[in-house]
Write a protein that binds this ligand. Structure first.
Ligand code: FES
Length: 242
């Protein structure tokens, strides 16, 4: 288990919050509540707005842009908010605040709870990639060989054609899967442009090889395909509502 220094505890106001940049350029929001400290994604999961510019009363964080709110102890959405915050386990040692690294594939919604042998085989296919901010991972029409799991950072999706691209209306959270055309039959090309908005860490998994593993374990395959269909429905609903 690795840990990354975030900031001195003394820099975080009592029942207040600050934005910190950690090694590698990633920004985090660090908040204090009583004796406890919490670390979350620095940007609002709705749009590109810094959460440190919002309102915080020591218990509930409010984004000033459209008033989405979150419980600071859990990151859970409150009231109008449609998505939770991505949180990072915090460790405090003396005056130093650290975040502790977590495994991602096991906690990915798509694969949660499938038999361990199949899960481990899928993990064995994953290749970790560091991608710079501003880099386009794939564009509309590119071949869809691989799907991805976001480990850290932010990925934006644009849909449309040529000069008429517009935001798909959602941002991914840690552990979410994208590029899922690679898991669909008769979908050999990308239908969106995916761009990393900041330095991001991804797991790249070959779709064809993953499907072969799932075909060999039909119970796991059934679970994953059901989850995939609801994931797609959720993204389509999200895109259509913006
Ligand atoms: S940008 Fe934060 S709630 Fe809309």
């Amino acid at each position: 288990m690795s840990k990354t220094f975030v900031c001195p505890r003394s820099q975080v106001p009592a029942n207040g919050m600050i934005e910190c940049e950690v090694e590698g350029g990633r920004k985090l929001l660090v908040a204090n509540s009583g004796d406890d400290y919490f670390a979350y994604q620095a940007m609002c999961p709705h749009q590109d707005v810094a959460l440190c510019e919002g309102l915080y009363d020591g218990a509930v964080l409010t984004c000033h842009q459209h008033l989405w709110q979150w419980d600071i102890r859990t990151g859970a959405a409150v009231g109008l908010a449609e998505a939770p915050l991505e949180g990072f386990p915090v460790q405090v040692e003396g005056d130093s605040i650290y975040v502790v690294a977590q495994s991602t594939v096991n906690s990915t919604e798509l694969f949660a709870g499938i038999p361990d042998a199949t899960l481990q085989a899928i993990i064995g296919l994953a290749k970790r990639e560091e991608v710079g901010g501003g880099k386009t991972l794939y564009d509309v029409g590119d071949p869809s060989h691989d799907f991805f799991i976001l480990e850290s950072g932010r990925v934006e999706f644009l849909i449309g054609r040529d000069q008429h691209m517009s935001p798909a209306g959602f941002m991914l959270r840690k552990g979410e899967v994208f590029g899922w055309a690679a898991l669909l039959e008769n979908q050999p090309h990308r239908i969106a442009r995916a761009t990393c908005l900041e330095p991001s860490q991804l797991l790249r998994i070959n779709g064809h090889q993953a499907l072969e593993l799932l075909a060999a374990d039909p119970a796991a395959g059934y679970v994953v395909m059901r989850r995939l269909s609801s994931l797609i429905a959720r993204y389509l609903t999200s895109s259509g509502s913006k």
